[in-house]
Design a protein around this ligand. Structure first.
Ligand SMILES: C[S@@+](CC[C@H](N)C(=O)[O-])C[C@H]1O[C@@H](n2cnc3c(N)ncnc32)[C@H](O)[C@@H]1O
Length: 282
């Protein structure tokens, strides 16, 4: 028993939790839920409402006006745009079409020209051919949708000349609880959440990387003007396609949404973890 625990390969634990999560909710892959422009824009708007997370992330990242940054899973540019306003250059890796198109719009809106977008999954990126490595800072923030996390981190190390920053989740998030409650009703099976930071820490440890860790809680409320808007926004993520499934989602939302100032709020909360290290010290 003790021997088998000592032999435990944490990358295999990450792989099997990711696989279970994808099999329990096919289509809820971390990149595929952001294909549409509407979901990308609503993610951008929600992030701007919780601006302190963005400001703190940028402020806590060791960059100067000469830094070159690689932002993996950049989404609509929530961090990439403020990074680009502070650093010399940002390369973003982002596979979802909706996210890339909103990022381009936001670059134009904010007059930011020093971002290069690579529209690929990180697993598909060739560090030599697709990027201009090395980067002073490599960051992946709430975007660890990779099945082989060890290979993904090895590639981040290859692309970095100094720092790697990872942000992920600790414990059960409010949406894990939401999908766990809804999945049996909507799809007749259990929802299994993806791997969390305990597994990530152990993978890093087995790679000989001993990161700094900071843990913080993030409260975030998604606003909807009415119930129909909330149903349409969440139906793709809930994979609620039939009228019957949409009715189940609506019934759930009626109980979960809170009225405030004439709008409906979906309260969300999660514990987040920042893990970061300096390459030469790992
Ligand atoms: C929740 S958003 C986070 C956006 C941004 N990093 C932030 O902190 O606001 C997650 C993003 O990661 C991207 N993503 C998921 N899996 C990925 C992968 N394997 N390679 C690259 N990006 C990925 C998704 O498409 C999505 O845009």
């Amino acid at each position: 028993m003790i021997d088998s625990l000592n032999d435990m390969d944490w990358n295999e634990v990450w792989k099997s939790r990711t696989k279970e999560n994808r099999e329990s909710s096919p289509g809820r892959d971390c990149a595929r839920i952001w294909e549409s422009r509407e979901s990308a824009l609503s993610f951008w708007n929600m992030c701007r409402q919780e601006r302190s997370r963005i400001d703190k992330t940028v402020w806590e990242t060791d960059i100067t006006d000469e830094s070159r940054v690689l932002d993996i899973g950049a989404g609509p540019g929530t961090l990439a745009i403020p990074f680009a306003q502070k650093a010399a250059h940002v390369t973003t890796v982002e596979p979802a079409e909706g996210m890339c198109s909103v990022m381009q719009e936001k670059m134009a809106e904010f007059g930011v020209k020093n971002i290069t977008i690579v529209q690929k999954r990180w697993e598909e990126v060739d560090v030599v051919k697709d990027l201009q490595a090395p980067y002073d800072v490599v960051i992946a923030s709430f975007s660890l949708g990779m099945q082989d996390i060890r290979a993904a981190i090895e590639k981040m190390q290859q692309a970095s000349s100094k720092y790697v920053y990872l942000y992920h989740f600790a414990g059960e998030t409010s949406w894990d609880r939401q999908w766990q409650e809804l999945w049996p009703r909507l799809h007749g099976r259990a929802y299994l959440p993806g791997p969390k930071c305990d597994v990530l820490y152990n993978v890093l440890y087995q790679m000989g990387i001993y990161p700094h860790i900071r843990t913080f809680r993030l409260e975030h409320n998604q606003r909807y003007s009415n119930l129909d808007e909330a149903i349409s926004a969440l139906a793709p993520q809930a994979q609620a396609e039939s009228e019957e499934q949409k009715a189940i989602l609506g019934e759930y939302l009626r109980g979960a949404l809170r009225e405030e100032d004439g709008a409906l709020l979906m309260p969300g909360s999660s514990i987040r973890v920042k893990m970061w290290w300096e390459k030469d010290l790992s």
